[in-house]
Design a protein around this ligand. Structure first.
Ligand code: SF4
Length: 432
C-alpha cells in the first residue's frame, strides 16, 4: 500500500466504501483566474465515496465537492471561510460570468448580498446536506481505521476530529471577538486573492454613516491604538496557526483604513507582514487591501502613497464614490458633494498612474429608484477618461436591489460597462 493513500473497502454491510487520504498536497501558489476548479496552498485531501474534501494545514475543513451526478455541477464546490461561512462557487456559464464579476466563478452566499445573478445553490438539498453531514460521514469511517495506518495519516485524522463543526463555530466566534466583530464587507478587490485575507482592524466606524448603507456600524471614525493592533496580530497568528503559511494578504479594516493615516497604516502593514512571515508564505505576491473614502483619498499626500507603494505588498484601496449626480447622493443620504466625488475620482486616476504597486478602485451604486442622470453622468465620466490613465483601476457597481426590475439594472450595468474606458464589474458583498 502506498504510504500516502489509505483505501478501506467493504467497511460495513451496506456495500463497498472507498476512502483515499492524501495528507499533503501542493495546490497553486499564485491566485489565478481560471475556468476550472482550483485549490490554493498546501492542503490535505480525503476522497470518500461521493465527496471530495480538502483540509487546511490545521486539519480544518476547507472545501467540499460532490462527485456524483446529484451534485449541481461537476466543476463546482463549497469553500469554508475563516469566519466559518460556506461559499458555493458556481460556474454559471463561465465567460458570461467573467463579464459581470471579473471571475469565472460566482461566489454564492448563505446570507443576503447584492448579487443580481443566478439561483441560490443552497436551495438544493445535496449542497445543504454536504455541509451538515461531512463530519458525521467522516466520523463513521475514522472509527474503523486500524492502528496500522501510517502515522502521517493518523496525525491528520486526529487534527480533523479536533476541528469538528462545533469547534469550528466556536473558533470563528473567537476570531470575530479578537478583531472586534464580524467584517460586514470585504473590499471587492479581495477577489484577486479569492478573499483569503487576514483582517487587521486599524480603525472602526466611518466618516459618513450614509442612510442607504447596509454594512455600516453606525459608529463615528476612531483609529485603534498600536497596542491593540499588535494584540490582534498576535491573536490572529494563533487563530490561523499552521495555515498562516497559506496566506499572503491582509485587509487593513475597517470601512476607511486609509483615513487612519500614514503612520498607522505603515505600522500595521509592517507588523503583520513580519509576524505572519509573509516572506516565506507558500503563496506568491503579497497583497494588501483597504477601503478609503471621498475625504481620505485627497487627504492622503505623496508621502503616504509613496510609503504604501514601498511596502512589500501590492496594495488595492477601494473608494465608495457612489454617484456623480447630486440628486442621487441626496437620495442615498451620503453627505458629500458631487465636486468632492469628481476630485476624488481624478485623484484616483492620478495615483494609479503615478504609483506602480498601488491601485485605487471605485464603487458606484445602481438601482431602479435612482434618476437617469445618475447613469448618464457616470457614463459621461467613464467614457472620457484619458486613455493613458486607464492602465490601472476598476469600477465596481453595487446594485441596490429593492425588489425592482432586475432586468433594467442588468441593462444599465451593461451600458455602463460597454461605454467605460475602465474595467467595470459588479461588486459582490462578501463578509468575513
Ligand atoms: S457607504 Fe461607506 S461611508 Fe457610507 S456608511 Fe457605508 S461604510 Fe460608511
Amino acid at each position: 500500500m502506498p504510504n500516502n493513500i489509505q483505501e478501506i473497502k467493504n467497511m460495513n454491510n451496506s456495500g463497498p466504501h472507498k476512502l483515499n487520504i492524501i495528507p499533503d498536497k501542493a495546490g497553486a501558489d499564485d491566485y489565478l483566474k481560471v475556468s476550472y476548479p482550483i485549490r490554493y496552498g498546501r492542503y490535505s485531501e480525503i476522497r470518500k465515496d461521493k465527496l471530495l474534501l480538502t483540509f487546511n494545514q490545521n486539519g480544518e475543513v476547507k472545501t467540499i465537492q460532490g462527485l456524483d451526478s446529484e451534485w449541481p455541477h461537476p466543476s463546482e464546490w463549497l469553500k469554508r471561510t475563516a469566519g466559518n461561512d460556506w461559499v458555493y462557487y458556481s460556474a454559471g456559464g463561465y465567460n458570461g460570468m467573467f463579464d459581470f464579476i471579473g471571475e469565472y466563478y460566482r461566489p454564492c452566499f448563505t446570507y443576503s448580498t447584492n448579487a443580481l445573478l443566478g439561483d441560490n445553490p443552497f436551495d438544493q438539498k445535496i449542497v445543504r446536506s454536504a455541509i451538515s453531514r461531512w463530519a458525521d460521514d467522516l466520523d463513521a469511517i475514522f472509527t474503523r481505521i486500524g492502528d496500522d495506518c501510517p502515522n502521517e495519516i493518523k496525525t491528520l485524522l486526529d487534527k480533523i476530529i479536533t476541528h469538528h463543526p462545533v469547534a469550528l463555530d466556536r473558533k470563528a466566534k473567537q476570531f470575530h471577538e479578537l478583531i472586534g466583530g464580524r467584517i460586514s464587507v470585504l473590499p471587492p478587490d479581495a477577489r484577486h486573492v479569492d478573499y483569503d485575507v487576514v483582517p487587521v482592524i486599524i480603525a472602526d466606524g466611518c466618516l459618513y454613516n450614509c442612510g442607504f448603507c447596509r454594512v455600516k456600524t453606525g459608529r463615528g471614525f476612531a483609529p485603534r491604538l498600536k497596542g491593540d493592533i499588535l494584540r490582534q496580530i498576535a491573536g490572529l497568528k494563533t487563530f490561523y496557526d499552521e495555515d498562516i503559511s497559506n496566506y499572503n494578504a491582509i485587509f487593513l479594516g475597517n470601512h476607511d483604513g486609509l483615513y487612519a493615516g500614514e503612520t498607522l497604516i505603515h505600522f500595521a502593514a509592517e507588523a503583520a507582514f513580519n509576524a505572519f512571515n509573509f516572506d516565506n508564505s507558500y503563496m506568491k505576491r503579497p497583497r494588501l487591501f483597504m477601503f478609503g473614502s471621498v475625504d481620505s483619498l485627497p487627504a492622503a499626500d505623496h508621502s503616504c502613497f509613496k510609503m504604501i507603494n514601498d511596502l512589500p505588498f501590492q496594495t488595492f484601496i477601494n473608494i465608495g464614490l457612489e454617484s456623480f449626480d447630486s440628486e442621487t447622493l441626496t437620495l442615498l443620504e451620503k453627505p458629500i458633494s458631487t465636486d468632492a466625488v469628481k476630485s476624488a475620482f481624478e485623484r484616483m486616476l492620478e495615483v494609479n498612474h503615478r504609483y506602480k504597486n498601488l491601485e485605487i478602485t471605485a464603487n458606484f451604486v445602481l438601482g431602479n429608484d435612482l434618476s437617469r442622470e445618475h447613469i448618464t453622468s457616470l457614463i459621461e465620466v467613464l467614457s472620457n477618461i484619458p486613455k493613458k490613465l486607464c492602465s490601472k483601476g476598476t469600477v465596481y457597481i453595487s446594485p441596490l436591489y429593492s425588489g425592482g426590475n432586475k432586468g433594467t439594472m442588468v441593462r444599465d450595468f451593461r451600458e455602463i460597462k460597454f461605454k467605460s474606458r475602465m474595467p467595470v464589474y459588479l461588486y459582490l458583498i462578501q463578509r468575513l
